[in-house]
Structures are given as C-alpha cells and as structure tokens.
Design a protein around this ligand. Sequence first.
Ligand code: AGP
Length: 609
Amino acid sequence: MCGVVGYVGSSPATPIILEGLKKLEYRGYDSSGVAVLDKDGLKVEKKMGRLAELEKALAGRELDATVGIGHTRWATHGRPSDVNAHPHTSNDGKIAVVHNGIIENYLQLREWLTSRGHVFKSETDTEVIPHLIEHFYKGDLVEAVQKTVSHLEGSYAIMAISVDQPDRIVAVRQDMPLVVGLGEGENFLASDIPALLKYTRNCYLLNDGDVVELRADQVVIRDITGKIVQKEIFKVTWDAEEAEKGGYDHFMLKEIHEQPRALRDTLKGRISHKGDKVILEEINMTPEQIKGIKKIVITACGTAYHAGLVGKYVIEQLVRIPVEVDIASEFRYRDPIIDKDTLVVVVSQSGETADTLAALREARRRGARVVAVTNVIASSVAREADDIIYTWAGPEISVASTKAYTTQLVAMYLLALYLAQHRNTMAAGNIKEILDELKELYVKAQDVLDNEAPIKEFAEKYSQHEDAFFIGRGLDYAVALEGSLKLKEISYIHAEAYAAGELKHGTLALIVENIPVIALATQQSLFEKMVSNIKEVKARDARVIALAMEGHTEVEKVADQVIYIPKTHPVLAPILTVIPLQLLAYYMAVYRGCDVDKPRNLAKSVTVE
Ligand code: AGP
C-alpha cells in the first residue's frame, strides 16, 4: 500500500506533489520520489527514508516544471533503498512511472524484456511497467499504457509521464484506489482524497480498468473497453483529517474494516493454483531441515504474542510438533533450551520491537533457525531472520494492532499447513479443506463487520464499568487474551482473560452482579464445557455476551446476548471471533471519550527494552 500523486497545470508541480505525498504518508513511508517534465526533459529524484529526506535532496533545486508524478512507498518487492524507490524509468530514460500495488507476473515480464535488451536497475516488480510502456510506445502514451496493462497480472494504480508527450499524465487503476481532482486550468491525481483537499473538492472516482489522460485543461477517461466515458463529479465534504481516515472517525476503525482486504492480500500467491498446497517462497529451508525440526518456539510481544498462542494450538494440532510460546522479554533472559533442531518463530508487526529483536538474536546465538513473521519489509527482524513470512496488512497507524493480528494468524495457518505438507502429517484432502475455507474467510470477515450493531449496543450499555472479564477454552482462550488486551489498552477498563475452566479455582470470586463477561464459545468440541462456564458466571449475576458459531443456538439459553460468527473450520475461527472483540474495545473506548488512536502511555513500536 503506497501513495501516488500527479499534477498537470501552470504552477510548479513539485511542491504540490510533495504536499500531497505528506497527506498520504499513512499509506507508506519507507522511501519516496518525484519525476517532473520541464523544458530540459525528465527530472527524477528519489530517496530512501521519510519524505523529509526527499525534501532535503530537492532543496535548492530549480524545479519549475508544471507536470509531475510522485510516490511514497510501502515496500513489497525489494527492500527500501534509493534504487528501489519510485519513480522508475524506461530503458531510454524517456518514460517515468509511479505505481501502487503488486505486479504478480513481473518475473516473467522482466525475463521477456531482458531477452529484448532491456536493463533493469531495481529489485522491484514495478520497474517492468515503464519498460513495457517503452516497448509498446508508437507515439501515443494512452495506447502504450493500454497495451502494457493488458500484459499485467495483479493490482495497480499507475501514473506515467513521457518526454515525448510532456503535457499530460496517463494513469490507470485495477484493484487499487485512484481519484482525479478537478481544478481551474490544472488537474490532479492521487491514491486518496487527502492529497487533493488543499486544492479541490471536486473529484472523479475511477473504476477498475479506467485509463485517464490528464492535461491542464482537459481530463479524458476511457473505460476498460477503450470507450470515452463521462464521470459524475464527486463533491468531497470531509475535512483533511477525516479524509486520511477514509471517512472513519479513527485509524483503528478504518484498519478494522481493512481486514478483508488484508486477509486476501496476505494469501496472495501463497496457495497453489489447484488450491491444495501452501507456497512460501520466503522460506528457504530444505525438506531435510523441515523434517529435522524437533521443537518450535514462538516468541513475540503484546498482540503478536497472542497471535503466537493461536499458532501453538494450530501447529501442534496439524503438525504434531511441540510448540512453546514465549513473551520475548522473558525468553531472552530465561536461558531457553534452544538448539539447531529448534525452529524459532518471531512475530512482530513493526519488526523493530526491541525485546523481540533481542529474542531473535538470542535464538540465533544458540544455533536455532529463525523465521520472522512481520509486516514491514526489510525491518530489523526481517533483515536478521533466516526466513520471512510477510503479512500484507499495509501500514498500521493506530497503536492498537488489529489488521496486523489477523494477518499474523493467516501466517500461522500458512506455516502450520506448510510444515504439515512437508512432514506428511496431514492428508492432502484435509489441507485443501482448510485452504478452501481460508480463501473464503475475507468474505465472512466482511459479514462480521457488517453486523456491528449489537456489539455497539453492548458497548454503550457497559462502557462505564471499570472491570470486565473474557473467558474461553482452547483457541477461544487465546483470542480472549487478545480481546482483553484491546479493551485494556484503548478504554483503560481493567479487563482480564481466563481459561474458562480456571475460573472456579479463584477468579470466580471477582464475578459480581452486572459485571460484563465476554464468553467465547466457537469451538464445537468445547461448546458444552463453555455453556456450563457461562452458567457459572450467570449464577453470580454477571452480564454475559457470548460469541458462538452460527447454528449453536443453545447458548442463547444461558447468555444475555449472543453474537454469531459465520460457520468456518474450527482452527480458522479466531480470525472471525476477534473482529467483534476489536469492535467492542473500539466502541467502549469511544463511549468513554478515550483517544482511541493514541492511547495513554503506549507507543506503536516499542524500540526500547
Ligand atoms: C498491540 O495493540 C500493541 N500495540 C502492542 O501490544 C504490540 O502488539 C506489541 O508492542 C508488539 O509490537 P510488534 O508487533 O510491532 O512487535
């Protein structure tokens, strides 16, 4: 998820593009660049690091060009670097392109272009685009772009400029956002509305396949068939901050609603065409090494640690290898029993958490192989691990982690199935059954998101309580821990999660009249047990909201309120079960007037011990 901006007009393009990129930094901020066209031709400047590095590099340069494109990056293919930063140019240096998205067939296209004499400079998927445009260019940039996209597989919002037609930008979108901003004698393009709001509130919203030819005094849009179409003007009423949040009140709510997309992106290219095998290209272990694993240790902090707990249940169940899960700040000092036959999995959204990084180094020092599950390309954890599984959640701005957690669960499922298929601990049919369900999960996640009203209602009713309890068994217990952390960290309610069977050994003493209890009962094999645990807390007049899988209506007899999640494979239920808990924490915090995105005492990435 990157941010792209374009301008054609009579004002200097560079400052306008930089201003727009600043508004899109929430989409990615590991490198940036601009390309402009002036009387001397094409000028390109790009820098690794935050936008400020690019501004420094541009300072003092006379850039009065009035046509240009810009990009702020969230690396997917090729680590953050000056060379991998956008814009990328064609072999002849006449065409520049910025791109948001992933070109899935870039390796084949690169080989084909290389065999025709094209020379590539970067590690990115994007660089094939300007080379293809050059290949198809016969004097008409629109035509060259149309031919180019007919060869691309994947998602993209592309902007291209050419020395030969210096008065325009040609742009196209497929599965990635792109909007046109309409001005007087100038026009704009951007990934998202925040980049345009300073200049205009009149926009064209583009459909997949639309090709835009943008000039200072004219905007021509052709649909996927090539036919010129007239768009309706979309008048933006949001203010800038609202726009960055895509119209949501907080980044947390926006990121909760981005989960269906994040789940789909994290699965992309990782399930074989026949749908019966997991493909993890970033894992470089030999079949012998995989068979030689005697123990797995998952280590992380906070929400990432909770994802590891789900990983333990799933890996032990599907791969039959003993799995320990350790809080990183404990792992690094407890003299862990780790050796060359141990696979250590470190999980970190930011990839920069100090305790997790130290745990990784400790594991390596003791001879273990380390797999990193992280959301940030080339982060420290990614750079120091032996193997990586990237989660494609996109930038997570809100301190409370949501979409990173569910994509970490996807990574746990993929790792478990990958190990199972290499160690033959599962029948191919069972692997396919889970993969089929996993591929459909984003649809069911959307169903859960569309049913937030009863959760909001419960939150409004109980948001003034200072204590709350989460109970569950098995996988539900692991998810209950995450639900209680979400509630604690943004609403400041003292929430605790317990293995439901443990209540009667002490904690039940804390269950008093009207105290909210969130009971997770999604696991078929443990359902009856959970029903009796709910009866236990109800007997002390607790107020119970239960989460159950569709069809398990018996729970209605014992709980005050029931939230049903769509039917799915029991091991996959955590991805659907946590979403109502994220929403519950969010609305509780909103009703208590908390600063949801920046909760007190917390930071998004904890880089100190
Ligand atoms: C979760 O909402 C918190 N922000 C925090 O617990 C977080 O999960 C923890 O600090 C680990 O961060 P990481 O995934 O970036 O390593």
